[in-house]
Design a protein around this ligand. Structure first.
Ligand SMILES: Nc1ncnc2c1ncn2[C@@H]1O[C@H](COP(=O)(O)OP(=O)(O)OP(=O)(O)O)[C@@H](O)[C@H]1O
Ligand SMILES: [Mg+2]
Length: 497
């Protein structure tokens, strides 16, 4: 029997980089196949070739035994490939049913047949175990359900092979669990699944087999039972990775950030300090006020009430410029929306917000030499790939974009670092590096507020942990005494364990 997907000797070059070179990938029908590898290894590119978004420069692609000659999305869909995009591919103001049938609406005469569309969605939902209200509006659904709609959409177009590129990056742990249950149910219905992930624990739990790419090449394909997390990491990076990082006790000094009764959006009045030389973690199920907290503390949202003082300056209703002037560095939640300017070069992105400083500007003109020298240093230190400060930010892989944001914000030498999901989308090697960098900021005397949905990350770094639940602080735990289970209880509104 032919494999569902067979990619042999795939090569793909972009003007500045070779993304794939001699990549081989065989995915059997009815398996869940994980794709892992360092940031920039070529995973997304390979999947875009399979979906008809790129044509390869060399190599052969076969889908269910038939060689692909036409590398366009319509041809890939006709061959049975379905790409599950992130939620931004949907129209937020339309209903679930309208989104699922978008482009192939059932009609009765000249009119959209709403009833048939809704029945169709309900039928698909029950067949694949993916219940969702066909009449709900996309914008009212949590991200996990939006993603479910995207899956229904590709199933409605007859996909036999579903491709998901980092599907759990923006999901809560609970939503991720439910997604993996969905993937298993698709598998039991004979569908084939390929997913990309940096979360090795999930890869171990969800996949049947794993293929690892490194620097555009296939390292190997293994049954998941034959490898543990450490082995996967080593295949990815080419050296052993330390999962445990050493942390000395904090020696905090005076308060740098003083937050009093701060409210806005879902945030219902929080009070806490972050002192120089300490890392305060904020844990919580996403949507319990974390986003609002980060937005207020970086000048993107005005507080409804309460105060926030950075080094003594009250800024709860100030804009980003005032926050930066007072000494803020911020790794925002969404690097594409608020972190980077895609069409600008990596070098220009690395000095963003500082481009008017004397070092970078003479009479309003960017001083190229200083910028390029500083950028080259940061690109090397943070291992941003390709190591080319002139590359456009949007040509970078997802994880490398994140590294640009982290590099820029740490290089500000901030008095207060607000880090929201600092390792989202980055590979295991880069996680290790970013964690060390945040600890180095603490050692230098910065106050750090770390917001993360990854409890292991908070447990590894935070000296104190605040748990947000329903927009309020449900509890505070010392880092050394915290456990995943204890935090989980507070996060879901239970009493401290
Ligand atoms: N449209 C493009 N133009 C130029 N270069 C590109 C383009 N798309 C990808 N690249 C480059 O190709 C290489 C592989 O990128 P790709 O997005 O496939 O990596 P990835 O394995 O998905 O990484 P990540 O884990 O960070 O998402 C990177 O060096 C990237 O900069
Ligand atoms: Mg990618």
């Amino acid at each position: 029997m032919a494999a569902a997907v067979e990619m042999v000797g795939i090569e793909k070059r972009f003007p500045r980089v070779v993304a794939n070179v001699g990549v081989n990938l065989v995915v059997e029908e009815g398996e869940i196949h994980a794709l892992a590898g360092e940031n920039g290894a070529g995973k997304s590119t390979l999947m875009k070739i399979l979906c008809g978004l790129h044509a390869p420069d060399a190599g052969v692609v076969r889908i269910f035994g038939r060689e692909v000659t036409d590398f366009r999305p319509a041809a890939a869909i006709a061959a049975g490939i379905g790409m599950v995009h992130q939620h931004f591919m949907q129209v937020p103001t339309l209903t679930v049913a309208e989104n699922v049938v978008l482009g192939e609406e059932p009609r009765r005469g000249p009119f959209f047949d709403r009833r048939r569309a809704e029945e169709r969605v309900a039928e698909l939902g029950s067949r694949f175990g993916l219940p969702v209200d066909p009449r709900a509006r996309i914008e009212d659904l949590p991200v996990g359900l939006q993603q479910r709609v995207e899956i229904l959409k590709v199933l409605a177009r007859g996909a036999r092979v579903l491709i998901l590129d980092e599907p759990t990056a923006v999901l809560t742990p609970q939503e991720s669990e439910s997604l993996y249950a969905t993937l298993r149910s698709l598998k039991s219905q004979g569908r084939t699944v390929i997913f990309i992930s940096h979360k090795l624990r999930e890869v171990r739990a969800a996949a049947d087999r794993l293929t690892v790419l490194r620097r555009g090449r296939t390292v190997g394909t293994v049954p998941i039972g034959e490898v543990d997390e450490a082995k996967i990491a080593e295949m990815m990076i080419g050296r052993p990775v330390l999962f445990e990082i050493e942390k000395t006790p904090a020696a905090p000094a005076g308060a740098v950030l003083e937050v009093r009764d701060l409210a806005g959006g879902r945030l219902r009045g929080v009070t806490f300090d972050v002192r120089a030389g300490e890392i305060v973690g904020v844990a919580g199920v996403e949507g319990n006020g974390q986003s609002e907290l980060v937005e207020i503390l970086s000048g993107l949202r005005q507080a409804g009430s309460g105060t926030a003082r950075l080094r003594g300056r009250e800024l709860s209703r100030a804009g980003p410029a005032a926050w930066f002037e007072a000494g803020l560095g911020v790794i925002p939640e969404d690097r594409n929306l608020r972190g980077l300017i895609g069409e600008m070069s990596v070098a220009d992105n690395l000095i963003l917000g500082r481009h008017r400083q004397p070092r970078y500007s003479r009479a309003g003109i960017v001083a190229g030499a200083a910028r390029d020298a500083d950028a080259a240093g940061l690109v090397e230190r943070f291992d941003i790939r390709p190591a080319d400060p002139r590359a456009e930010a949007e040509s970078l892989s997802g994880g490398n974009r994140q590294k640009v944001v982290v590099a820029r914000e740490l290089s500000r030498v901030p008095g207060l670092l607000v880090a929201a999901h600092p390792t989202r989308g980055v590979d295991v090697g880069a996680i290790e590096f970013i964690h060390r960098s945040i600890l180095a900021e603490r050692a230098r005397g910065a106050a750090v507020l770390l917001v993360s949905s990854e409890l292991p990350e908070i447990l590894a770094l935070a000296d104190r942990i605040l748990v947000l639940c329903g927009g309020a602080i449900a509890g505070e735990v010392r880092g050394a005494e915290a456990t995943e289970r204890g935090l989980g209880v507070l996060m879901t509104g239970g009493a401290p364990a």
